[in-house]
Design a protein around this ligand. Sequence first.
Ligand code: DC
Length: 229
Amino acid sequence: MADAPSRRGLVIAIDGPAGAGKSTLASRLARKLGYLNIETGAMYRALALKAIENDIDVDDERALVDLASSSKIALEPQMDGNRVKLDNTDVSTRIREKDVTDAASRVSIHPAVRQWMVQKQRDLGANGSVVMEGRDIGTAVFPNADVKIFLDAAPEVRGNRRFHQNPTEPTAAVLAEMRARDERDRNRPVSPLVPAKDAILIDSTNMTLEQVIERAEQIVKESVSRLVG
Ligand code: DC
């Protein structure tokens, strides 16, 4: 590999907005390649949960970084996504709830929090053979990633994908909440959600999961031949 000959395998970055299907794609791709799958959003969610539990203001950047530094956030890749442990407690289900989802979006706007997270994420991917999924992997965490995919979909489709995960919530509310988070993700001053210049876009609006996976595999193959060729 051009930039890191000692790596065992590729670094594959998958970025994109909420509900586009990144986690599913990342875990399926990682499984096929025998790679680790790292869901970086889960780390922001775990910190947000800890802030909620400790009554820390999600606008207090300094307090959040101190909290992060004294926390153990561990991701354990499973067959389907990551098991998430916060201070050795499994919080995988809890961090998907609405209050944590909202707090994670607020926690993630702080530059110092992002800096802390980016360092941890670089450590996790340092050996390569990893599919890392989030918002800023191809732009900030691994700007030299071997493969960069930006997975997008129309908001209505993303709203529906979320909706199916949580059928008790009305579609309008899901959509409104998702748009608010999109807005924060795309407009924050540090590492806003934008495709890396060299990312390959997959618009999954009219695609099935199998088609998305097939397209991603094709992109990985093409990147590999470019790297070795
Ligand atoms: O992907 P997700 O919905 O689990 O992410 C939770 C929040 O964390 C979301 O509001 C965006 C933010 N996030 C981020 O800012 N950078 C990342 N690399 C991953 C997630």
